[in-house]
Write a new protein. Structure first.
Length: 261
């Protein structure tokens, strides 16, 4: 998705860096949702289609529509097997191009904190979901150490360097998410934390993939060589070492669901 100052223009790079994390969290999220088959889904901020593909593979949907602001991400999404059953189009999360009551399930997967006005984004999901349907989301707990690249961000702050954050980072907190859902009249609210783990062969494997991050990579590329060396050293010390030089990292997301009354 493209929102605010963080622009996603590399679908393949996103797949290597965040796509796998997204599927790990998305699997847990769908287990929790336990949606019925043959529902009409809208994936708001679908990005390169990582979560959309999970919907197609696991939920036997009657319809799936992905929408995102980044044409580059959508181009990658359209190469996925999911495109045989899912549509992908460019659009704005705060002004969805769909009629009222068009869907049974609306989801923002790792997107809510990128929406400049989260309240408008939630209002749009409520509008396009039919009565009895569900408005749902999960987002990295980015302000409480839940982001997959938190070790890099923490070391940058320790060095006195600025860390680029999404425009609505506060919306990733569970209390803020709950307040948003309540303010739009959604009922039968439920929340949970999602914790997932990902393995890397070694530090170089982790660093290579981390550098594909849309905000992290360019920020580090702009540093001096001395700063980059210091950052790498500090991050290496922060990461948990696994057997034979591998690294196993965890990330944490907050999830919410509410029904349209």
């Amino acid at each position: 998705m493209t929102q605010g100052e963080i622009v996603f223009q590399d679908g393949a790079g996103y797949e290597q860096m965040m796509g796998k994390w997204s599927r790990l969290a998305g699997d847990v999220f769908l287990d929790w949702l336990t949606p019925a088959d043959r529902l009409r889904w809208v994936d708001v901020g679908c990005g390169n289609g990582a979560f959309t593909e999970l919907i197609v593979d696991r939920c036997d949907p009657a319809r799936v529509q992905g929408i995102d602001a980044s044409e580059a991400q959508l181009a990658f999404a359209r190469t996925r097997p999911a495109s045989r059953r899912a549509g992908f189009e460019r659009g704005d999360a705060m002004a969805l191009p769909y009629a009222d009551d068009s869907f049974d399930m609306a989801v923002m997967a790792l997107v809510l904190f990128f929406v400049p006005d989260p309240a408008r984004g939630v209002a749009e999901m409520v509008r396009v979901v039919a009565p009895g349907g569900w408005v749902t989301a999960y987002a990295w707990d980015i302000l409480n150490g839940g982001f997959p690249l938190d070790a890099i961000q923490a070391e940058m702050r320790a060095m006195g360097l600025a860390v680029r954050m999404p425009p609505s980072a506060e919306a990733s907190r569970l209390p803020a998410m709950t307040a948003l859902w309540e303010s739009h009249g959604l009922v039968d609210l439920a929340t949970r934390e999602i914790t997932v783990e990902r393995s890397f062969a070694d530090f170089e494997d982790y660093w290579r993939i981390a550098m594909l991050g849309t905000s992290i990579g360019p920020s580090i590329a702009a540093m001096t060589a001395a700063q980059q060396d210091r950052l790498r050293s500090g991050v290496r010390q922060r990461l948990p070492a696994a057997a034979e030089g591998g690294i196993v990292l965890s990330a944490r997301a907050n999830a919410i669901k509410g029904r349209v009354g």
